[in-house]
Design a protein around this ligand. Sequence first.
Ligand code: ADP
Ligand code: DP6
Ligand code: CO
Length: 328
Amino acid sequence: MKATAKAHTNIALIKYWGKRDEQLFLPTNSSLSVTLDKFYTETSVHFSPDFHADRFILNDQQADPKEMEKITTFLDRIRNLSGKSLYATIDSKNYVPTAAGFASSASGFAALAAAATKAIGLDVDYRQLSQIARQGSGSASRSIYGGYVEWQKGEKADGSDCYALPIISEQDWDIRVLSVEVTTKAKKVLSREGMKRTVETSPFYSGWLEAVEKDLITARDAIKEKDFEKLGHVVEANALKMHATTLGANPPFMYWQSATVEVMQEVEELRAAGIEAYFTIDAGPNVKVLCQPKDEHAVRDKLSLLTVVREIHHCRPGPGITYLPIEK
Ligand code: ADP
Ligand code: DP6
Ligand code: CO
């Protein structure tokens, strides 16, 4: 009863920001992402009657009780589905900074969903796997697939119509995402807490809801048409709208640092100079810059001149989940 799976992170092009049901991880809006080839998680799960508690080791370190609780709640869902009440030992490695706005929760829970269902012997398709991963972290629902992915919010209260589906594959459209690292320190306000506070207290949240579904249609059309300029514009505008909602929350908060704004301004200058580059930012200070393959080096050269930039990770659209041979 062992399995190992690998899942890649994804960057939201149209953001998931807010839950209508926190227990089931049902979002208030649909979202859209591209899976990235460079950042991923590998997770091994072992269920056994010999174990007397769940164990979770992340990057060779035993998880603290708060993290452990998230994992146990997640495993309980899988135990319920399978009808087997066995404890598990989980060994996970993030090839991505944890909790720093690089979407470790997406690759983390997608890999865990894939490995745990296989280890316990559940026969699930990708749609079901997306629904299971969703209940660990919303963004993980999208990391089941490679390429360009849409997570449909669904209408039903039980979440049965709430899962992600692929739009086009990673081979269908080659764009570049330069992940501009300004810090890998963990964020102060986790995504979960940040979106909850925003939904409950920000007067700007209704404006977000008004705009996001329209942005999503524009982005989906742009992807189908492979219209880079159209996609870039809506992606950047959507990220700005999401971050604006946090400023209206109580207490207010902001994921940006001065370095974040420096990178954003540099992207604007690139565009003024005729290079099509657009930024997006998840819940953290690091910036992801979208460009076309032909402009990748020019964008990198310009951004790497900024002293606040620690590293630039070059990403392409990446694959969905894969299963790996079991480690001895
Ligand atoms: P990020 O920007 O990295 O997604 P979040 O605030 O969304 O940050 O999520 C961070 C949380 O994701 C961690 O506190 C942990 O609960 C979970 N997480 C990260 N990596 C893993 C992993 N490999 N397996 C399971 N859960 C993980
Ligand atoms: C800003 O999926 O990390 O990155 O569902 O509470 O685990 P939980 O949150 P998470 O939120 C991601 C927020 C975002 C936008 C996005 O990825 O769509
Ligand atoms: Co996350």
